[in-house]
Design a protein around this ligand. Structure first.
Ligand code: SF4
Length: 759
């Protein structure tokens, strides 16, 4: 393991070389360059990593970032895991392997079954595999004894068909990865604005004069966002970064895309000399969990100034005509003490006033956020305070202003729009009318509820459409036990992961086509579609010959399973839907608002944008107005020997997929078993860089420990520490969730750091 100085800027030449290294090592040049030529191009392949939005106008030839290339190359490897591999390794042996090792074994190429009492997966025919699952589902006493999980890689068409199957089967048990990431954003925004998604487009980000980035690390998790931040900076925008950790992608950026420069000369001199665009004009290393206090401090300052200011700071015309709850909100704000605000935020009054000043001087403000905001106990109320701040000066529904929960998985938003939700979908009536059946009334399980239900034996079948549920979920040991208690666990995946080797009594692996591969289901070339963070719906079409003739599309698998499970009690012609995805889109047109003429519009270059009412200052709440909300400031107290731990991604990782053990921006190479600590906190504990420690979390009488982590001194807020996920997930209690959204609190766990006795 090597530790170097953290980087002070993102991308540049290292991103270019990393891109080419990925291609050279994983796909080969010809295959790789063919893929890059189509990646994020109109009518091309939609990146299977994050959900950043593609430009509306012309796209550059390199319309991707290095992490997008890593994700697409990781899928398009030529290496295969076949029957010999599974004959060689028992599931028990595979369960000892890391996610990284499992992923490196290559693409799955045929359906596999782990029979009850057996130690090895063995090949099985598709027909038999589908039959096994249908039999198990139909043997249940209730449809609610099955859970159907969705990862954000699933296309709109597959997601719609999946929810239709599951609801015709008789349950709303549709947990999805959004439950673990932006569920808090959906709940908060829907309550405050009547609309649970971003209210901006790229042009708004580029034309903002102030951009506030909270609890997000774009350098690794949405890298193309940085090109738009650069354009905004060039137009004079200011950026405020609010993050406990100093992140390279918030400090500066060297844009590696030559087409983003006015001349090759400018490009060469900038990139060659590594001249970054400086991002953060103000970088606040806030205390973990201190965001609500910070926001209340900014708004309290603005109100104190408002009272003394000759001209209004607040936009009263907007407040009066477009909002409600202002008076209660102000009364609540006045009750909160500055002492609590400063203690909880870990910031100074001066820092908070600086933000208030920059905000009051700006007329077009965009706030972006991610997991650093959503995975906390009070996440919903914190996000509503972001909304409150924006309502005060009407920074919603005007050019250059608005809200942007930055989605982390390519179609996580599209899946929810298609009805992947554990609650009764808003388009229930249209669905019942179109397919002549009754949608189940009973609310289903979200992710943490599903884990508990499996643990308690209430759920006997776990079916996953993509993803790596076990590694993404909190409380690893508990979740492992929950999965092992199922009669059947089954996954539709492209590559091996830990969820495939920590199984129920019986398990199936159903290998599907990747996004890079051509899909000739039904005898004709098919395409699918996705929805980006900013509501752009566009097609995605693979170009590569599938790595195995045994692979099937997600849609084929769902359709076949639905037919085999539901038989005569279904009202859907699954075979027809499988053979022509246009029929699925026709059904979506009739059921899901905003998708009228789907087939025609999706074939337009770049697809189309879904309606975004708040962007027109239309707030589909019960009152038709945006809502100011009130909330109590949460006091997060720690014992003298406790720290607040947050989980983070390394740069060479996408969600639970780990490409290497390096984290270039943070100066780490060769290990992921590290804990980033503040130097003062290390001194108090007589720890120095390189020491081995155990991290202990005590919650509700249960102790959780992760052992033998190497201490790394890092510019992180005092009293705070950070570890990589999924390595830190064993420390996150299943019971510790955000209020209302039930999102696991993966960004804040109280821990003790003790010298490790083990060597
Ligand atoms: S920014 Fe996100 S969507 Fe775009 S190429 Fe990178 S990982 Fe893919």
């Amino acid at each position: 393991m090597k530790v170097e100085e953290p980087k002070k800027q993102a991308a540049g030449i290292p991103a270019i070389s990393s891109t080419f290294r990925e291609i050279a090592e994983k796909t080969g040049w010809i295959r790789g360059l063919r893929l890059l030529r189509k990646l994020n191009q109109k009518g091309g392949i939609d990146c299977n990593a994050c959900a950043w939005t593609d430009p509306e106008g012309d796209r550059t030839f390199a319309e991707f970032c290095e992490n997008g290339v890593k994700a697409i190359a990781d899928e398009a490897v030529r290496k295969k895991v076949d029957a010999d591999f599974f004959a060689k390794y028992s599931v028990e042996e595979l369960a000892q392997k890391s996610d990284k090792w499992l992923n490196e074994q290559g693409r799955l190429v045929q359906p596999l079954i782990l029979r009850e009492g057996k130690k090895h997966y063995e090949p099985i025919s598709w027909e038999q595999a589908i039959h096994e699952i249908a039999k198990e589902l139909n043997s249940l006493d209730s449809p609610d004894e099955a859970v159907f999980y969705t990862s954000g890689r699933t296309s709109n068409e597959a997601a719609f068909l999946y929810q239709l199957f599951v609801r015709q089967f008789g349950t709303n048990n549709l947990p999805d990865c959004s439950n673990m990431c932006h569920e808090s954003s959906s709940v908060a925004l829907t309550e405050s604005l009547g609309f649970g998604k971003a209210t901006i487009r790229l042009e708004d980000l580029e034309n903002a004069d102030l951009i506030i980035i909270m609890g997000q690390n774009p350098g690794t998790n949405a890298p193309r966002m940085m090109s738009h931040l650069r354009r905004a900076k060039e137009k004079g925008a200011k950026i405020i970064a609010v993050n406990p950790i100093l992140e390279a992608g918030l400090l500066g950026f060297v844009d590696p895309n030559p087409q983003h420069y006015s001349s090759l000369l400018e490009y060469a001199s900038t990139v060659w000399h590594d001249k970054p665009t400086k991002f953060a004009d103000l970088y606040l290393q806030i205390r973990i969990g201190g965001d609500m206090a910070f926001l209340k401090g900014v708004m309290k300052t603005l109100f104190e100034w408002e009272k003394r200011s000759p001209s209004p700071i607040f936009s009263y015309d907007f407040i009066v005509n477009k909002t409600e709850g202002f008076q209660d909100f102000i009364a609540n704000l006045e009750e909160i003490s500055w002492e609590d605000i400063l203690t909880q935020s870990g910031l100074s009054r001066e820092q908070i006033e600086q933000v208030a000043r920059m905000y009051a001087r700006s007329s077009r403000v965009v706030t972006c956020w991610a997991m650093g905001i959503t995975q906390h106990k009070k996440a919903v109320e914190t996000i509503q305070d972001i909304v409150n701040l924006h309502l005060l000066r009407g920074n919603i529904g005007k050019p250059g202003a608005g809200l942007c929960p930055v989605r982390g998985h390519s179609n996580v938003q599209g899946d929810r729009t298609m009805g992947i939700w554990s609650k009764v979908p808003k388009f229930r009536e249209q669905l019942e009318k179109r397919f002549r059946f009754k949608v189940p009334e009973k609310e289903g399980y979200s992710v943490t509820e599903a884990i508990k239900a499996m643990y308690e034996g209430k759920v006997k079948v776990f079916f996953a459409l993509g993803g790596n549920f076990l590694s993404a979920a909190p409380d690893t040991e508990y979740t492992e036990k929950a999965l092992r208690r199922c009669n059947l666990t089954a996954q539709v995946i492209t590559k091996l992961n830990r969820t495939a080797v920590v199984t129920g009594k019986k398990a199936l692996i159903l290998p599907c086509l990747g996004r890079t591969e051509r899909d000739f289901t039904g005898g004709k070339e098919q395409f699918v579609s996705t929805e980006s963070t900013m509501l752009n719906v566009q097609m995605s079409k693979g170009i590569l010959k599938p790595i195995s003739d045994e692979l099937r599309s997600e849609i084929w698998i769902i359709g076949k399973l639905a037919r085999a499970t539901l038989k005569g009690r279904s009202t859907v012609s699954w075979e027809a839907m499988i053979s022509d995805y246009d029929l699925i889109r026709d059904a979506i047109s009739k059921v899901v608002p905003g998708f009228e003429n789907y087939n025609e519009r999706i074939r337009k270059p770049g697809g189309f944008y879904l309606p975004n009412p708040p962007r027109q200052r239309i707030f589909p709440t019960d009152s038709g107005k945006a809502k100011f909300t009130v909330s109590k400031l949460e006091k997060i107290e720690t014992a003298p020997d406790e720290l607040l731990l947050t989980t983070i991604r390394a740069h060479d990782q996408f969600n639970t997929t780990v490409y290497t053990e390096d984290d270039r921006y943070r100066g780490i190479s060769g290990s992921r078993n590290v804990i980033f600590m503040n130097k003062e906190d290390m001194a108090v504990r007589k720890l120095k860089q390189g020491d081995l420690v155990d991290v202990v979390s005590d919650f509700d009488g249960r102790r959780r420990v992760v052992e033998k982590l190497t201490v790394v001194a890092y510019p992180i807020a005092k009293g705070c520490a950070a570890m990589y996920f999924p390595e830190a997930n064993p420390l996150i209690p299943i019971e510790s969730v955000a209020e209302k959204s039930l999102c696991p609190t993966s960004k804040l766990v109280k821990v003790k750091v003790v010298r490790s006795r083990k060597r």
